[in-house]
Unconditional design. Structure first.
Length: 294
C-alpha cells in the first residue's frame, strides 16, 4: 500500500471526525431530549475514528506496511509542514474567536500540532514530550471546560463580549482560571511548560527550523489567552456584583485535583516521565534509530 493511499485514508477519517464534532457542537445548542445520548454516540464515534487515524500513522511509521514506510520517508517534511500550519492556524483563529469554548477548541488544535510535530520529529526527547503533552493537555482542557461551564451557568453566556469584570465578584474563579491558563501558555513551573519544552528542544536537535517556526505557537498562546483573560475578567462588571457569586464550594473541590496535577507535574514531571520514557525509547529505536540520543 503506497503512502498516498494511507494519506488519503487518514484525510477521509479526519474529515469524518471533524463532521462528528461539528454535529456534536450544533446538537449542544438544541433542546432535544435525546441530545445527551446523540452527543455521546458522536463523541464515541470520534474517539474510534481518532484511534483508526493513530493506528494507520503508527503502522506506516513502524513499517507494518513496508511499502508505505519506504515511500513515507520522502513525505515527512510534508507532515511537518502540516503540523506547523496547525499550530499557526489554531493560534491565529483563537485570537479572533468570539467565545471561550471556541477559544479552547482552537487552542487545542494548536496543541495537537505540537504533539504531532514531536511524534514525526524522530527524536526521543520530542516524542516523550508529545506523549506527556497528551496527558497534560487533557487535564488542562478539563479544567477549562469546568470553569467555562460555571461561567456559563452564572452569567448565562460564554461569549467574550458578555463577560466583563468577572475578577471583582469572583476572585477564586479568576485565580483558578489564571492557573489553568498559565499552564496552557507554558509558564515554567506548570505542567504545560515541561511538555512543550521537551517537544521543542527535541525537535530542534534534529530539525532546527521546524522547531523555531513551531515555537511561534508559544507566543501565539500567550497572545490569545492573555487577551481573552483581559476582556473577560478585567474592567467594570456588566451586572451588579450583588447578583454574582464566586465559584461554589463543590466547584472548588472539583478543581482541586486538576490544580494539583497542573502544579505537581510542572514541578516534578518525573512522575510520568519515568513511565513514558522506556516505551518511547523502544518505539524511537525501532522507527528512527538516529533520533535515540537526541
Amino acid at each position: 500500500m503506497a503512502f498516498r493511499d494511507v494519506l488519503n485514508r487518514v484525510c477521509c477519517e479526519v474529515t469524518n471526525l471533524a463532521t462528528s464534532h461539528v454535529g456534536a457542537t450544533n446538537l449542544r445548542r438544541s433542546s432535544n431530549s435525546n441530545v445527551n445520548s446523540i452527543v455521546w454516540n458522536s463523541r464515541k464515534d470520534g474517539f474510534l475514528r481518532t484511534t483508526q487515524i493513530c493506528s494507520w500513522l503508527v503502522a506506516t511509521r513502524t513499517g507494518q506496511h513496508a511499502s508505505a514506510h519506504h515511500d513515507a520517508q520522502r513525505y515527512w517534511n510534508s507532515l511537518r509542514i502540516c503540523c506547523v500550519i496547525g499550530i499557526l492556524y489554531g493560534s491565529a483563529v483563537a485570537c479572533v474567536t468570539p467565545d471561550l469554548k471556541r477559544l479552547v477548541a482552537y487552542s487545542s488544535l494548536a496543541q495537537m500540532g505540537f504533539i504531532t510535530l514531536g511524534v514525526v520529529s524522530g527524536s526521543q526527547i520530542a516524542t516523550t514530550g508529545a506523549v506527556l503533552l497528551m496527558f497534560n493537555h487533557g487535564v488542562i482542557t478539563m479544567g477549562f471546560f469546568l470553569l467555562i461551564g460555571y461561567i456559563e451557568q452564572s452569567r448565562g453566556s460564554y461569549q467574550i463580549r458578555d463577560l466583563v469584570g468577572l475578577q471583582g465578584p469572583a476572585p477564586i474563579l479568576a485565580a483558578l482560571f489564571t492557573l489553568v491558563m498559565m499552564a496552557s501558555i507554558g509558564l515554567p513551573g506548570l505542567s504545560g511548560f515541561v511538555s512543550e519544552y521537551l517537544i521543542l528542544i527535541g525537535t530542534f536537535g534534529v530539525h532546527p527550523w521546524w522547531a523555531v517556526i513551531g515555537a511561534t505557537g508559544v507566543i501565539g498562546a500567550a497572545l490569545y489567552w492573555l487577551w481573552a483573560y483581559q476582556r473577560t475578567f478585567h474592567g467594570a462588571s456588566l451586572v451588579s456584583e450583588t447578583t454574582e457569586s464566586d465559584i461554589s464550594v463543590k466547584g472548588r473541590l472539583v478543581m482541586i485535583p486538576i490544580a494539583l496535577l497542573v502544579v505537581v507535574l510542572g514541578v516534578y514531571p518525573q512522575l510520568l516521565l519515568a513511565k513514558i520514557t522506556p516505551s518511547v525509547q523502544q518505539l524511537v529505536t525501532h522507527v528512527a534509530p538516529q533520533g535515540v540520543s537526541k
